[in-house]
Design a protein around this ligand. Structure first.
Ligand SMILES: Cc1cc2nc3c(=O)[nH]c(=O)nc-3n(C[C@H](O)[C@H](O)[C@H](O)COP(=O)(O)OP(=O)(O)OC[C@H]3O[C@@H](n4cnc5c(N)ncnc54)[C@H](O)[C@@H]3O)c2cc1C
Length: 411
């Protein structure tokens, strides 16, 4: 038998966007049903670098400290290196505190804290292990969705459905909304973790260029090294065809200081995961009774670590609009479109910045490589440096959490 649930808002997807959205709405007195296809909060193939903007939002939501206490590492800077030469150094310590670092926090820690906070509201219904497979329509508008899992079929009826189901969004497809994939970042990423003892002193998020393809490396909790080895789209088949020994040695050559860990940690090709990294923008973010946020509206790869920050900011920006729309009984596309109008130019600017960062990190032009450190040194004491750093940390036009709308108290 199909179980029917009623809520003011159905959120599809329990990632950073969906959980932050749920908590903001619950604290504002709305009832929320959250459908998440996975039963676990582990997101193996996701990065975990959180920019200052995202840290501030989690702090305002009261969950940052808990997430950090579960285990997290602070990184001082983002650095691009070629051998011993520093080509670029974005030093976050030059930003005003208290969020002047890049925080490496496992997604499970952040998501657990957000979910625990949501679960303190009686008006929250968690549909864990429920994969949304169809939208419900009435009078040409979306009025809910259906999905199923081990616990059976569910039908959720809501004033509005928030699609926060990530880069391969089912909700987006079901709503007939197309998406434009951008190949600005023409790379695939081989993603894996290696055991690594905790480092004393400064921690950095680094991209190593040099021998072989560029590699991204940072320490993550607990005592692991997260490695992202980039290679041209479709290039993995050729590399893998030469066997694990070849792959291992190529990576060891690219990060010689971690060569031992690479040799010990990569025993077979099963120890690495190939990820298709791309960016994209959905053609529309709103429809009558429906709004897309986070990666389902605009997809981000790992370059510049922007996706989580932007997903959280989407929720923050949409929050007051959704509260007003649900309370006012108008969740039409027209009522929701203010979100897309304000947010799309911001996202376009960040995607452009990420594409530029990608080109800069991956370009092998020898003139650019020689000139870049000189230019960076020259601007690093100017207001422009601070401005760019602030933009990386908070994004353009960062919205503030509307705590004045928090009317409901948790249990
Ligand atoms: C390799 C890689 C590394 C990255 N590193 C970083 C980084 O370091 N920092 C950073 O800021 N960003 C990073 N990003 C980008 C970042 O992961 C995303 O931008 C961010 O996770 C988007 O959050 P979201 O909540 O919109 O989507 P997601 O995190 O993708 O969450 C979507 C959720 O929806 C659920 N779902 C999907 N379909 C359904 C369905 N039909 N029914 C119910 N539930 C469903 C999924 O299980 C998932 O929990 C990286 C991306 C990649 C690919």
């Amino acid at each position: 038998m199909v179980r029917t649930i009623k809520a003011d808002v159905l959120v599809v997807g329990g990632g950073p966007a969906g959980l932050a959205m749920s908590l903001l709405l619950l604290r504002s007195g709305l009832s929320v049903a959250l459908a998440e296809k996975s039963r676990s909060l582990e997101r193996e193939y996701r990065g975990e670098i959180l920019q200052p903007g995202g840290q501030e939002i989690l702090h305002r939501l009261g969950v940052l400290r808990g997430a950090r206490e579960r285990g997290a590492y602070e990184h001082d800077a983002f650095r691009l290196r070629q051998g011993d030469r520093v080509l670029l150094d974005a030093d976050y310590r030059r930003l005003p505190g208290p969020f002047n670092c890049l925080l490496s926090v496992p997604q499970a820690h952040m998501l657990t804290e957000l979910l625990d906070a949501c679960a303190r509201f009686d008006s929250f219904t968690l549909l864990s292990g429920t994969r949304i497979g169809a939208l419900l329509h009435e009078g040409g508008r979306v009025v809910g969705a259906t999905g199923g899992g081990a616990d059976g079929e569910r039908e959720v009826r809501a004033s509005v459905v928030v699609g926060a189901d990530g880069r391969n969004s089912k909700v987006r497809r079901l709503a007939g909304i197309g998406t434009r994939r951008q190949e600005a970042f023409d790379q695939d990423v081989l993603w894996f973790k290696l055991p690594a003892p905790a480092v004393a002193g400064r921690r950095l998020v680094e991209v190593h260029r040099g021998a072989g393809a560029p590699v991204m490396v940072y320490h993550c909790h607990p005592d692991r090294l997260q490695v992202g080895w980039t290679l041209p789209h479709g290039g993995y088949r050729e590399v893998a065809g030469r066997g694990v020994e070849h792959v291992r040695e190529e990576i060891a050559r690219a990060v010689p200081e971690h060569a031992e860990a690479v040799r010990a940690g990569i025993r077979s090709l099963k120890d690495v995961s190939l990820l298709d990294v791309f960016s994209a923008q959905a053609d529309r973010w709103v429809a009558d009774g429906l709004v897309l946020i986070g990666d389902s509206a605009h997809t981000h790869g790992p370059i510049g670590a922007q996706g989580i920050n932007l997903a959280l900011q989407d929720a923050v920006l949409l929050h007051p609009l959704l509260v007003a729309a649900v309370r006012g009984g108008d969740t039409s596309a027209a009522a929701l479109s203010q979100f897309e109008r304000r947010r799309r130019p911001v996202i376009a600017a960040v995607l452009k910045l990420q594409a530029m960062q990608g080109r800069m990190m991956l370009s092998s032009n020898p003139v650019a490589t020689a000139v870049r450190p000189v230019m960076v040194r020259a601007v690093s004491h100017t207001p422009l440096y601070r401005k760019v750093l602030h933009r990386l940390a908070y994004g353009p036009d960062a919205p503030s959490v509307r705590a004045d709308l928090f009317t409901a108290e948790p249990r």
